[in-house]
Ligand binder design. Structure first.
Ligand code: UN1
Length: 498
């Protein structure tokens, strides 16, 4: 069967990009060519922005509950196609089916939540200090939004951005990661078939760097929403800053799981295993540091390493019991191997794992063994930098105070978890740890779509996706003042004080 050549979607038309042909291959088996597509050029992006700008003015006038009906239809279609979308994801980016089904489910949950928002989008009314004057507010759309999304959640993260953007009345230019173009294609098809009008959602494929100016600095683009690395986020933020664009960034993490001596160790082992090695550690919420109280260090590590040894690494499309899929691509593989090398240069030796898997079933993919380093300190590179791979740094601590200090010894601030049976310790930790998400007796991954998602410090720039907080990103407050007194009244000046 001929390999499908994906197209961009601009102004309601499927059109080929103008740049070079790129390939989309399965990271578990690089002989599996999934589809091809063309790199978009700045001209392609400009057309998408133009189409979005034109469509925006119609779409923003569609009553929000009606926009909600269209989005609800899209949710139903995603639900119907859940298994197919999950399989596409696994083939494109490798995480096991159990996880890609969860990814699609996260998109469905977000979609229904946001479709319902069409009948809320609450503003507020408030008294005026002047007589016979009414003050009220509402949420207006921002305009054309550029959405730049990563490959690790190929349906969920685009959905986190597209659903709220559309319910609020914005039009979007969607630039998915070049590793997952097929998931993006299928998602956009669903929105169009559900009735999202032409131009309201536009899709441009390819590597972001050559088209970043077109995506970001075009005067018609009002907002950029990005999920990805800090490195790219900074570039985007600089461009947005210079051009005064609203922008929301959701970036890296160096997430910690703390285990106190009083914890349920089995539970904590389950948590660390899933947090560190789920999605092969390729989550911004992945557990990359594990802090163990001294008294349980040995007992915990014995159980934990036993379980790490049992993890099945492989092609997520194969048997259902695969726990750890491949690394997304050659570049990331090399990056992770570079961190392993660096750790060794800095005097660390893995207590388990530490190698690329290249034999047999692994020969055609990008696989790395689940890897654990013990005795890692804040001076080590793997303590400080986000590896985005199946690599866990373990250290011990004496008491809660030290655990909190160590947890906060990072420039990132996304997710943190503590395992303890002591309520007081849990509360002290959740208050003192510098992250946007905190878990008690649960792993650092697994955020729900109706809770604010995002972090502090270098993880973000002050926004929260998901839940109601995402509306702050995709709307602008309009403050309305209606003076029906018929007289000339000045605020602060013509105020009747008694
Ligand atoms: C990400 O890794 O970018 O909390 C998002 C979680 C998922 C989302 C992760 N619900 O791990």
């Amino acid at each position: 069967m001929a390999v499908e050549m994906l197209k961009n979607y601009i102004g309601g038309q499927w059109v080929e990009g103008s740049g070079e042909v790129l390939e989309n291959r399965n990271p578990a088996d690089t002989e599996d060519l999934i589809c091809t597509f063309r790199q978009s050029t700045p001209e392609d992006v400009a057309k998408a922005v133009e189409a979005a700008e034109r469509a925006f003015h119609e779409w923003r006038r569609v009553p929000a509950p009606i926009r909600g009906n269209i989005l609800r239809r899209a949710c139903r279609m995603i639900e119907e196609q859940k298994e197919e979308l999950a399989r596409i994801q696994t083939r494109e980016m490798g995480k096991p089916l159990v996880e890609t089904r969860g990814d699609v489910q996260e998109a469905i949950d977000t979609g229904y939540w946001m479709a319902g928002e069409g009948r809320r989008l609450y503003g507020f009314t408030t008294p005026s200090e002047l007589r016979d004057k009414w003050n009220m507010t509402y949420r207006a759309p921002v305009g054309v939004c550029t959405l730049i999304t990563p490959w690790n959640f190929p349906t969920a993260i685009p959905a986190w951005k597209i659903f709220p953007a559309l319910i609020c009345g914005n039009a979007v230019v969607f630039k998915p990661a070049e590793d997952v173009p097929l998931s993006a294609d299928r998602l956009v098809r669903i929105f169009t078939e559900a009735g999202v009008p032409p131009g309201v959602i536009n899709l441009v494929h390819g590597d972001g760097a050559p088209i970043s100016d077109a995506l970001i600095t075009d005067p018609r683009v009002r907002l950029v929403s990005f999920t990805g690395s800090c490195e790219v986020g900074r570039i985007i933020s600089e461009k947005c800053g210079r051009h005064l664009k609203k922008h929301s960034l959701e970036m890296g993490g160096k997430n910690v799981q703390v285990v106190m001596e009083d914890a349920d160790l089995e539970l904590a082992v389950d948590g660390a295993l899933w947090g560190a090695f789920g999605t092969s550690g390729q989550r911004c919420t992945a557990t990359s540091r594990l802090l163990l109280q001294e008294g349980i260090m040995d007992a915990f590590m014995e159980r934990f390493l036993g379980r790490v040894r049992e993890l099945k690494v492989g092609n997520g499309l194969g048997e259902e019991d695969i726990n750890v899929g491949p690394i997304i691509n050659q570049r990331q593989l090399e990056r992770i191997l570079g961190y392993l090398e660096k750790a060794r240069e800095e005097g660390l030796e893995p207590v388990i794992g530490g190698r690329q898997l290249t034999e047999g079933e692994y020969a055609k993919g990008y696989f790395i063994e689940p890897t654990v380093f013990v005795g890692v300190t804040p001076e080590h590179t793997i303590w400080r930098e986000e590896v985005f791979g199946p690599v866990l740094a373990v250290a011990s601590f004496a008491d809660l105070e030290e655990a909190i200090a160590l947890a906060n010894r990072t420039t990132y601030g996304l997710s943190a978890s503590i395992y303890t049976r002591d309520l007081r310790k849990a509360f002290v930790f959740l208050n003192e740890v510098e992250t946007g998400l905190v878990y008690v007796n649960a792993p650092t991954i697994g955020a729900e779509s109706h809770m604010p998602f995002g972090g502090v410090k270098d993880t973000g720039n002050g926004h929260r996706e998901a839940s109601l907080t995402v509306l702050e990103i995709f709307t602008e407050w309009k403050a309305i003042n209606i003076d029906y007194s018929g007289s000339f009244q000045r605020a602060q000046i013509d105020v009747v004080t008694e």
